[in-house]
Design a protein around this ligand. Structure first.
Ligand SMILES: [Zn+2]
Length: 135
């Protein structure tokens, strides 16, 4: 089976951080500024499938990434989404949003119907800063 996260993770987004267990990507859709994914490298469906130490690692990286994203975007709230329909990798989407957004607006973001208004140059700067914060 062809797997995007195994074979071409950069096709799904900008690589921000990597260690032996997981990847952090900034998603290509830019549905909101800082739409990121934490991707477990092994084919694992659920958090329930991880050993306790591995889940502790996943959670620690999640917290670090979420803090960096909220800080950089000045968003109040991190919307979290775990689906797993397209790839067999446990991965968690993080969408930093304003706490003033209502449910329909958040659902539009999750459906990729929105695009953050930043130039390519601004996106590059954002990506670099996020990489530095997580280095
Ligand atoms: Zn894979």
């Amino acid at each position: 089976m062809h797997c995007v996260f195994c074979h071409e993770p950069r096709g799904a987004g900008e690589l921000i951080f990597e260690d032996e267990k997981l990847l952090v990507l900034l998603h290509n859709d830019w549905a909101v500024r800082g739409h990121a994914m934490i991707v477990w490298k092994e084919h694992v469906e659920n958090v329930a499938d991880l050993a306790p130490d591995d889940y502790a690692h996943f959670a620690a990286i999640h917290q670090r990434v979420e803090k960096a994203l909220l800080d950089m975007t000045h968003a109040d709230r991190a919307i979290l989404l775990k689906l797993g329909i397209v790839t067999p990798h446990l991965h968690l989407h993080i969408y930093p949003v304003s706490a003033s957004l209502d449910r329909p607006r958040v659902m539009e973001i999750i459906d990729g119907k929105t695009v953050d208004a930043m130039s390519d140059e601004q996106r590059k700067t954002f990506i670099e800063e996020l990489r530095q914060r997580l280095a």
